[in-house]
Every structure is written in structure tokens, then in C-alpha cells.
Design a protein around this ligand. Structure first.
Ligand code: PLP
Length: 367
């Protein structure tokens, strides 16, 4: 019998379904001769803005650039502090440091893995300029208390929506709640391109204008550069592909939710696991289906799955505050540190076959 092979995520079945539409979109761009920004990117920006219910969307080179540019457009710079979560991809904190500010990490809510809003007030100092919540794994951070504390202290809120395109908080699309939001179109994301890509969303015309300027070498008008910016423009080919996929994103997020429901059923009886949950305020889009494996057995379970041909991921084995760049002491943010020891993301994607889920579940047992 040939061994099964289930990768953590495979983008190819989605492309297969959209083959003709994607080829037509690529063909259109090749014939247009416009490969950077231009009408294809403008159309994509307008479609994303309408989808999110925001006034402005600005396509950039990556999610990381979206964070850097959005922070600068919000006026965050040297000497400022930005409150964020330690349990995220490095880029969230890296962007804060790259604009010359200092990330101040606040521990997480163990249920959602997102920043615990109740711990934010104690982290505010006279230098705090912004709060940067991340909607990790596709589940919303608890935004109302974050927005309230931000308003009370005159702070900006930048949402990191890299992992949660299409997710919602109390019926409102993630990325439409703060002063600005950063998205990533890295190929594995819920809305993924064929390379790097990102986007900034905002309702503030001044932030939008700054972001547009910064993505194009700090120039509002070509060759009349006003400030130091970046070469961070979205490619027309990416925009064309993303426009095709945007039309399917709701259907495929719904499919991810069905896959998650099958995992819940298949894993319900397994002892020593904590399954992901959805808070009443969230519409979870399951970028990842991430369980906690208790009793220090995560790596053993992961190895067993690997031996059976099932790929899993650990997002993230080291919380950002413990990475050498920041090196906060061990034990300083115990919930994030515990999560880093316990989390395991199982194969997830809108095309995941249901039969595979029962197969995967059969290898997860801790008996
Ligand atoms: C939470 C989070 N923030 C930021 C990023 C950075 O996005 P990109 O890889 O497009 O630069 C990612 C993804 O890679 C992410 O998962």
C-alpha cells in the first residue's frame, strides 16, 4: 500500500478549479503591457475596499511592507512604543522595529491566542503611540475593548489581518475596525497570490495618501520625491490573479469552516487535546486549525503524524518576545510561552478532503 501524503496546505487544487479564469486574467495583463500598479491593481484595490467596507485600499509588495508603511502612515516612528502580541509571525514586531519604534508585548488570551485586551492598560506609557492586534489563525482579536482603551488614550489601532481575510468581528469585516489594517497575500493565506503581495486598508484619506506616497519612493508625483519611501508596489499579475480568487474567498472560507467542523467531530473524544473554539464575537475563517496538545506531548504527536505522511506546522515554536532580537526573559509572558510549547496546526485548506480528516484524527490519539 502506498503511503499517504497530506501536506499542511496545498494551493494547487484551488488553482485547478480556477484554471481557465486565471489564464484569462494573466493573458489580459500580458496583452496590456502594464505590469506594475495600473488599472488591474486599481480594480483590485476598489474590489477589496468594497468587500471590506472601507474607503481606501492600497496594494503593496507584501504583508510586511503593508505593516511598515501603515505604521509610518499612522505617524509611528523613532521613540514611540507600539503594544502588540508576542504570539505572531515575526514580521508584526519586526515592522514596528523597522520604523524605529519599540514593540511592547502583552500576553495572550489562552482561548483565542490573540492579545489579551485586559492586559493592555498596564502596558501603556507616555510613549505609547499605537496598538497592533493580530487576528491569529483567522480568529478575530477582541476589538471592542482594544478600541475603547485606544480611544481613551488617543492611540492608533493597526490591525494585522494577514491570517484572516474574510473574517469578522461582531458582523464587521476584519480590517475595517481600526485606523488602518495590513493584509498579506502570501500564497498560503486565505486570499493568496502567486508570490508576495500585501495591502493596506483604511477609512482615513490622509493615511491613504501617505501610504500611496510611501509605496512609491515617497513621491505623490513621479520624480518629485518628498520623503524616503519604498519600492513596494503591487504587481498587475498578482492583482489579476487575486481578483479571480477574491470572488471565491467567501465560499472557500465557508468550506474551511466545514472542514473545521469535521475536525471537531473527529477529535472530540481525544483526551489531552484542546480544540480551537470560536468566540461569540468572531466569524472564524480557520486560516489554521490549531489544537493544543497537552502534557508535553506535542512534538511526539507531530512526529507520529509525520511518520504517517501527514504534514503539520507549529505556528510558532518561539514567541516573538523570546527571539534573540527582543530577548525578553523566560517566563515574562507565560501564556504565550505555553502556547508555543503546545500548538499544532493540522492540514487545512478549502479543498481538504473529508476522508483525510478521519485519517488524520486517527493518528492524533494520545492513548
Ligand atoms: C500575522 C502575520 N503578519 C505579517 C505577515 C507578513 O506577511 P508577508 O509574508 O506577506 O510579508 C504574516 C505572514 O507571513 C503573518 O502571518
Amino acid at each position: 500500500m502506498s503511503k499517504i501524503h497530506i501536506p499542511p496546505y496545498d494551493p494547487r487544487p484551488e488553482i485547478e478549479v480556477l484554471w481557465d479564469e486565471i489564464h484569462a486574467a494573466i493573458d489580459r495583463v500580458l496583452r496590456s503591457g502594464r505590469f506594475i500598479l495600473g488599472p488591474e491593481v486599481e480594480a483590485f484595490e476598489a474590489e477589496v475596499a468594497a468587500y471590506l467596507g472601507v474607503k481606501f485600499a492600497i496594494g503593496v509588495n507584501s504583508g510586511t511592507d503593508a505593516l511598515v508603511i501603515a505604521l509610518r502612515a499612522l505617524g509611528v516612528g523613532p521613540g514611540d512604543e507600539v503594544i502588540t502580541t508576542p504570539f505572531t509571525f515575526f514580521a508584526t514586531a519586526e515592522a514596528i522595529s523597522l520604523v524605529g519604534a519599540t514593540p511592547v508585548f502583552v500576553d495572550i488570551d489562552p482561548l483565542t491566542f490573540n492579545i489579551d485586551p485586559h492586559q493592555i492598560p498596564a502596558a501603556i506609557t507616555p510613549r505609547t503611540k499605537a496598538i497592533l492586534p493580530v487576528h491569529l489563525y483567522g480568529h478575530a482579536a477582541d476589538m471592542d475593548p482594544i478600541l475603547e482603551v485606544a480611544q481613551a488614550h488617543g492611540l492608533k489601532v493597526l490591525e494585522d489581518v494577514a491570517q484572516a481575510f474574510g473574517g469578522a468581528y461582531k458582523g464587521r469585516k476584519l480590517g475595517s475596525l481600526g485606523h488602518a489594517a495590513a493584509f498579506s497575500f502570501f500564497p498560503t493565506k486565505n486570499l493568496g497570490g502567486f508570490g508576495d503581495g500585501g495591502l493596506i486598508a483604511t477609512n482615513d484619506p490622509a493615511v491613504a495618501e501617505q501610504a500611496r506616497m510611501l509605496r512609491a519612493h515617497g513621491a505623490r508625483k513621479k520624480y518629485y520625491n518628498e520623503t524616503l519611501g519604498y519600492n513596494s508596489r503591487l504587481d498587475a499579475l498578482q492583482a489579476a490573479v487575486l481578483r479571480v480568487k477574491l470572488k471565491r474567498v467567501d465560499e472557500w472560507n465557508a468550506r474551511r469552516r466545514e472542514i473545521a467542523a469535521r475536525y471537531h467531530e473527529a477529535l472530540a473524544e481525544v483526551k489531552g487535546l484542546i480544540l480551537p473554539s470560536e468566540q461569540s464575537y468572531a466569524y472564524h475563517v480557520y486560516h489554521q486549525y490549531t489544537v493544543r496538545v497537552l502534557h508535553g506531548r506535542r512534538d511526539e504527536v507531530r512526529q507520529r503524524l509525520a511518520d504517517a505522511g501527514i504534514g503539520t506546522m507549529v505556528y510558532y515554536p518561539v514567541p516573538v518576545h523570546r527571539l534573540p532580537v527582543y530577548a525578553w526573559p523566560e517566563g515574562s509572558l507565560p501564556r504565550a510561552e505555553q502556547a508555543a510549547r503546545e500548538v499544532l496546526s493540522l492540514p487545512m485548506g478549502p479543498m481538504q478532503r473529508e476522508s483525510c480528516i478521519w485519517e488524520i484524527a486517527s493518528w492524533v490519539s494520545l492513548e
